[in-house]
Structure formats: C-alpha cells, structure tokens
Ligand binder design. Structure first.
Ligand code: 0X9
Ligand code: ZN
Ligand code: ZN
Length: 305
C-alpha cells in the first residue's frame, strides 16, 4: 500500500492519485495542466469541501530530484481528506486546494531511471547537446535578467530559449491564467535548505508593497515549525535577499503577472547533510512541519486580512 516511509515512482504516485479520486468523488476532482515534452500528462487534484471557498494552489516537484516535495504533497493531500484534527479539518473545509504533486513529470521519471540528480526538463536543445531547461527559470517575469538564470543550455539554471519554451512551463502559465480567479495564494515546493522564500527573486533591493505582511506570515510559519519537537529552523524572507537572485520563477510570475499577494517557495529539509537525497525516515517529520507551518501561515494571513 502507498505510504510515506519510502519514495515512489511517477507511475505509483499517479495510481495513488487515481485511487484517491475514486475514493473521494464528492470532494475531489482531477485537473489536467497539459502535456510534457515527452508526452506525459501533468495532473493535479482539486479538493473542495464546499462551494465559494478561496483557493490555494500548490505546485510540487518542478525540479526533478527534489523527491521530498511530491512525497510531502501527497501526504498533505491525504491529510486534507482524512485528518480528524479540528484545525486540519478547518483548513480542508475552508479552502479549495489545487495540488500538482509532480509537475516536472519527464524530469522526475528521468531522476528515477537514469540520473538521481536530474533537475531540469527533458526537452533537447536545437543547437546544443545538453538537454532540458530549468522550468523554474522559464516563466515570463524578468526572464533571464540580472544573473538570475543562465543562457547556457548546459547550465542547471538554463532559462530556456524564450519564456515558455518548455511545454510544461507554458502549459502551467496558461492554466493559471485561465484559472486565476480561482486562487489567491500560490506555493511552490522545493528542496533543500529550510527556507520559506517570497518575492522578489529578481532583485534584493526592492520589496513588494505587502512585504511586512509577507514577513509576518514567514515568521508564523518558521515559529510553528521550530516549536515542534524536531526543532527544525527555517529562514524566511525575499528570495533574492535571503537566498540568491532567481528570475523567471513560477512564484514570481504568479505574484507579478497574476497580481497575487501571497506566493511562497518552500525549501524543505535539510540544510545539506543529505541534501536532495533526504532519507525516507525524514519524510513524515518533514510533512508534519509543512502542516503546522501552513496552518500558522494561513492563520496569520487571515489575521492580517
Ligand atoms: O533556484 C531555485 O529555483 C529554487 N531553489 S532550488 O535549490 N530548489 O533550486 C529557489 C527559487 C525561489 N525563488 C522564487 N520563486 N522567487
Ligand atoms: Zn524586469
Ligand atoms: Zn528546486
């Protein structure tokens, strides 16, 4: 049976998603974002317990090797559907959740079959032998600016030949544009480093007008996680200020182009001991941290109005 004590391959995750959709037909619905370069379907699940809820969008595993992200996304889906905890039930009931457990489907499959450290998409480049682009540099917001991405197809942060050159990024941008009225907050799941990152990615010297609120949400998230027995410390703040300059990311695109006020990148465990190869025994602790962090962040956002 599916669980959270090991990592699963794409096919197993998709089969589990099918099971969940079949088991909870009244509150779940599949959505299809589009098709990857290699022809795989990019799937998501909508969880809605009542009509009229605000929406929260979660994109996970845009970077192939960050397996903890899809493990955490599936665990979170399961919690929203099965938890009997009052706070979690409230979280499940009060929002429409749109969750893509594995966004970079081709890269994820490749990271299981051939190269555990694969990050990018799998689309070949016309004039270079290197394959793929960083899907999280391929969105049309400050694309390829200020050393936040690379124009070298062999780089791990290759931005692609143009914004939306990667079919996956193009499909997601289209899907989000078409459905922008359905969500207010956007989360992108990554590893590793233990950060909660917010816009902007393209500059470390300018900050969004609601940055004080963003920081308050970040503090709530980090404090809640650190209060768990694991004592895991998260840092929070703008991507360019706290981590590094990154341009053309999905979160910044949603924030800047779709005018959303809440957009976060979560960099999960750890801080480098295991890095991307986070041991399976840490999956559930990581998931528990996300849940308390998410609860606190959303509570804070309500408080701030
Ligand atoms: O570089 C990235 O794309 C992310 N870090 S990772 O080590 N997982 O590759 C951080 C991107 C965060 N930036 C924004 N979304 N603004
Ligand atoms: Zn710009
Ligand atoms: Zn990442």
């Amino acid at each position: 049976a599916f669980g959270w004590t090991k990592y699963y391959e794409l096919e197993e995750i998709q089969a589990w998603l099918d099971e969940v959709l079949a088991k909870y037909p009244a509150v779940t619905e599949e959505f299809v974002v589009g098709t990857s370069y290699e022809g795989r379907t990019i799937r998501g699940i909508k969880i809605s317990h009542k009509s009229g809820n605000p929406g929260i969008f979660i994109e996970s595993n845009i970077h192939a090797r960050e397996w903890i992200t899809s493990a955490t996304a599936t665990w979170f889906i399961n919690e929203l559907l099965t938890s009997v905890d009052a706070e979690v039930r409230n979280l499940a009931d009060s929002y429409d959740w749109y969750i893509i457990p594995v966004f970079n489907v081709d890269g994820f499959e490749y990271s299981h079959r051939k190269d555990r450290m694969w990050r990018k998409t799998r689309q070949p480049h016309a004039t270079n032998a290197c394959i793929g682009a960083d899907a999280n540099r391929n969105f049309d917001s400050h694309w390829l600016e200020s050393n936040g991405a690379s124009d070298n197809p062999c780089s791990e942060t290759f931005a692609g030949d143009q914004p939306g050159s990667e079919p996956e990024a193009k499909a997601l941008a289209e899907f989000l544009t078409n459905n922008q009225d359905k969500f207010d907050a956007y989360f992108s799941f990554h590893s590793y480093g233990q950060y909660l990152l917010s816009p902007y990615g393209h500059t470390s010297t300018e900050f969004p007008e609601n940055y004080d609120d963003i920081l308050a949400m970040g503090k709530a998230f980090a404090d809640a996680i650190e209060a768990l027995p694991y004592g895991t410390a998260y840092r929070y703040g703008s991507t360019a200020f706290v981590l590094y300059v990154a341009t053309g990311t999905s979160v910044d695109w949603v924030f800047n182009e779709l005018d959303k006020k809440i957009g976060f990148t979560i960099e999960y465990r750890d801080t480098g001991r295991y890095g991307f190869i986070l041991p399976p025994v840490q999956i559930i602790p990581n998931c528990e941290e996300l849940l308390v962090g998410m609860l606190a962040l959303i509570e804070k956002s309500k408080e701030l109005g």
